[in-house]
Design a protein. Structure first.
Length: 75
């Protein structure tokens, strides 16, 4: 037998390297998402003019009932 007897040896534990993947990528996994569209709770409701029946809209256009040309009277 060659070598030290029991209890008379220096145990050398090799340093364990961390586990690495062979598919390491330097690109971020998830790209930041930027959107110009606001989220569902970010909208403020805006009131729009109610739709008018065609007969009323036509009458307003023919007789200037919707004040389209009020500045013509100031001239």
């Amino acid at each position: 037998h060659e070598g030290p007897g029991p209890g008379h040896y220096d145990l050398k534990i090799p340093s364990a390297s961390s586990i690495t993947s062979c598919f390491q990528s330097r690109v971020p996994r998830f790209l930041p998402s930027c959107s110009k569209t606001p989220g569902p709770g970010a909208y403020t409701t805006s009131r729009q003019f109610p739709r008018q029946p065609r007969t009323i809209a036509k009458m307003g256009q023919e007789h200037s009932l919707f004040f389209n040309n009020t500045f013509d009277f100031l001239k």
